[in-house]
Design a protein around this ligand. Structure first.
Ligand code: GDD
Ligand code: MN
Length: 362
């Protein structure tokens, strides 16, 4: 049995996979280990670079995913594909310190009760500043404080993308994890509900040399979605939170358009309302395509077909909305309650139907 599977998520990391393999090979000399690169069909053909390495290295594997994207999901699938005793996750871009891996592995091998070893930048000997701009450092610190408070996490660096987990422990929580996120470790710590034995090993976060970071505003919003998803005990998913945020924004878009239309044609409220609804649906579609479903974003002709199907989905959603609101109102005649119940039902329908029809996954 292998002691360690190193899971490396990659998206456009062609220049990094070769150097990383060299560093891993040096660091893990004498160990029973393999590395699995989980690539989301990178346009720069990272997968081909991995296959080329595999020709001469039997411990190199490739998990090539098509039709989906996402860091957390890639790591989860990589870990689930392993049959080793432990799995480590490390970024491909050489920002994490691979020389800490044998230290992390030895800790875990020595203590059968240990579930997780975190590579931490926030304990004595660790350092985050080296790999971050001042702005990202601030963002990372804020997110860390928020996460620790919201999810009651005590580990010092829940935002780290560098950790080692006992495979059998991971298996007990795997089906509760959010595949859409970027911060798998925070999710993992939260899913373990403080029951895991966790150790931390310091490391110094390094500068990225080749390629670019995939962290952006959408990732930050997804992260807020992760906190909400966790707080609701998984009742809502990250995508549903994003869909809901877009929907709330849509209310304001609709109000603005109706207000504007009424200025142009003060006599025709019904027509103004129609304009508001039509524009709000199109704007919701555009935002959901760019944010909620950016992992399967529609382009070109598919964008137009998608918009059309979204109009159809939302029409049924509106019917459900009105229908349920009337039912509730008949039972309990409080208009606000009935109206909100209708809106929630409509939103749930729109979300489920559009993910099956408009943004269907492959
Ligand atoms: N398969 C796959 N799919 N891999 C991805 C995706 C994706 O959608 N997005 C990013 N990756 C890979 C990158 O190729 C890289 O190897 C790794 O995930 C980290 O992505 P970066 O874009 O370099 O992220 P970062 O440096 O801004 O943030 C990283 O470091 C932070 C601090 O440790 C991540 O590991 C964060 O999770 C972490 O908080
Ligand atoms: Mn990076």
């Amino acid at each position: 049995m292998l002691d360690l599977t190193v899971v490396v998520p990659t998206f456009n990391e062609r220049e990094n996979v070769g150097p990383l393999l060299g560093l891993l090979t040096d660091a893990l000399q004498g160990r029973a280990w393999e590395v699995i690169f989980v690539d989301d069909d990178s346009p720069d053909h990272t997968a081909d670079a991995v296959l080329a390495l595999a020709e001469t290295h039997p411990n190199v594997r490739l998990l090539h995913r098509t039709g989906r994207r996402g860091l957390a999901g890639a790591c989860i699938e990589g870990i689930l594909s392993s049959s080793a005793r432990f799995c480590a996750v490390i970024d491909a871009d050489l920002q994490h310190d691979e020389t800490r891996l044998p230290v992390m592995l030895d800790l875990a091998l020595a203590d059968p009760a240990l579930d997780l070893v975190i590579g931490s930048r926030n304990v004595e000997g660790g350092d985050a500043a080296g790999g971050f701009s001042a702005r990202r450092k601030w963002g990372s610190d804020t997110a860390t404080a928020l996460t620790k408070a919201a999810l009651k996490i005590t580990a010092s660096d829940p935002m780290s993308g560098f950790f080692l987990v006992r495979r059998s422990s991971f298996a007990t929580v795997a089906d509760q994890l959010q595949v859409a996120g970027f911060k798998l470790l925070a999710d993992l710590l939260s899913a373990s509900r403080g029951r895991w034995k966790v150790a931390e090993v310091p490391y110094r976060f390094r500068q990225r040399q080749f390629g670019t970071s995939k962290m952006d505003r959408a990732v930050a919003l997804e992260f807020l979605g992760l906190l909400v998803a966790r707080k609701t005990g998984g009742l809502v998913s990250i995508k549903f939170v994003l869909f809901g945020m877009v929907g709330l924004l849509g209310v304001f878009v609709q109000l603005a358009v109706v207000g504007l239309a009424l200025r142009l044609m003060p006599q025709s409220f019904a027509l103004a309302q129609v304009c508001g609804v039509v524009v709000a649906i199109a704007s919701n579609f555009t935002l959901n395509n760019a944010l909620t479903y950016r992992d399967r974003a529609l382009r070109g002709l598919d964008w137009i077909k998608g918009l059309a199907s979204f109009y159809v989905v939302c029409s049924f959603g509106a019917l459900m909305n009105v229908g349920l609101a009337r039912l509730v109102y008949d039972v309990a005649p409080y208009w606000a309650l009935a109206s909100v119940a209708g809106a929630v039902a409509g939103a749930v329908w729109n979300f489920m139907a559009s993910s099956l029809v408009t943004w269907k996954s492959r």
